[in-house]
Design a protein around this ligand. Sequence first.
Ligand code: ATP
Ligand code: MG
Length: 555
Amino acid sequence: MNSQNKEGKTTNFIRNIIDKDLSSGKHKSVKTRFPPEPNGYLHIGHAKSICLNFGTAAYYDGYCNLRFDDTNPTKEDIEFVNSIKKDVQWLGFNWDGEVKFSSSYFDIFYEYAEELISKGLAYVCFLSIDETHKYRGTFKEHGENSPYREASIEENLALFRQMKAGEFKEGECVLRAKIDMSSSFMCMRDPALYRIRFETHHQTNDDWCIYPMYDFAHCLGDAIEGVTHSICTLEFQDNRRIYDWILENLDDFNTSSRPHQYEFSRLSLEFTTTSKRKLKLLVDNNYVSGWNDPRMPTISGLRRRGYTPESIRSFSERVGVSKVNSWTDVSILESSIRDDLNTTAPRSMAVINPVKLVIENYPEGKVESLIAPLHPQNEGMGTREIFFSREVYIDKGDFLEIAPNKKYKRLAINKEVRLRNSYIVKATHFDSDNDGNIKIIYCTYDPDTLGKNPSDGRKVKGVIHYIESTKAINAEFRIYDRLFLESNPAKFDDLSSSINPDSLEIKNGFIESNLSNAKAEKAYQFEREGYFCRDSESEGLVFNKIVGLRDTWNQ
Ligand code: ATP
Ligand code: MG
């Protein structure tokens, strides 16, 4: 986890390694990279990796590259390239120079593959998938050498060139590293370096029919770009051996300043999934409206929901960097946004479950203009105009015929409450329909309580919010709950069994007139209701609930 060092700066095991490398002179400056595969939208787990990579570079006045690891044209798409760039920038980070693509190094990668073949360290293997599997052995038994392993260097060079020229079918052969079929690390048992794919690539079109594997492309991309510290998630721990083996066996990179890989634990957030494959299933099966559905843990979903870049960066800081895989409670993410919005979001009122309140002793036809602060603790934010008249809307949940106990601070017959930013009212009677649903509540108001306590000294503790009826503006509210009922939905292959059927509730109510032009994704605190922002994809006045307030109002 993160901790404080002697100077009081936040530190973690990655920074400790870098500090050592800088003081020993191994590296003079720091270069990291964020290497997404453009096969989906970025999620909150990627945000942690982005904050770590870009944040580490910034901390040391170094550089961070954005490099698309685009070595598998089958699943990749330019739509994903564009969304990833947008998300990284929105989070507040700038990559060094141009965006990089592994595919722009395909020529150089090819040269390095030939170098390995020329050194007798790679060979073209024609075993079928099943045979390869059999030859690989198991965790308990070592593997066996492929019969193609001992072909001459000349033969292998010729075969690899034929592979490149498209003379073999997809799946007919692969280029493999000649490492050790008896290694206790399965990934070191002659891993594949290149495979054949007759597929059009979003960057290189039909230039190539052989594509490098991640293990080959990644270390080379790092080395070519002069990355010093290549930070990735723990599942690549074993693969670090291939990373080192490849660089150590290439003349250009067998130096003390070559990049090294360091692993940290991936973020797993409860009640959601950070598997791109599963997120894609949610989209493809229409469980959500798209990658940016406000319930999705994608960066674009969180943005549309109303999360700010600051809150996501602060969340990443809070969860810290460690080598131990663990589950992160969603409440940590929620408190990050709440803490941010508590100081930055202007206050407003919205009635989500409206019922009419008629103030019988208020003059008919009169509409009073009142001034309310935009933030009670920050006068500098200014004020807004709200209204008051004989008819207002309050929330159904704020009225009960009979107060259940003395602590009850909302409206009830013969009980007084203050309407937020305006007068004190006292309920007198109500109309209901045949099913007992309350239709209209009647009350009287005390004209001498605007902005002050009653002069006779009586105490009115309850405050409820309201919207004046003639100026009220209709709005839709989308209230979200967790997308999954299970804390670890990924343990089920069939996602549908753990989907929360009530993850979206739509309500129609009223907002203050000054929000008729509210900007999309800008957060407001609807007093007593929570933080909301206008939806960026809807035509009308639709507000997404970002997160609730702390529970202090709910009594
Ligand atoms: P896949 O490789 O299965 O498509 P991925 O989530 O690993 O999915 P990448 O695009 O390869 O996606 O990830 C880019 C970077 O983000 C990698 O360095 C990866 O380790 C990191 N990353 C991915 N998921 C998480 C996570 N949940 N927590 C932290 N870092 C993550
Ligand atoms: Mg990956």
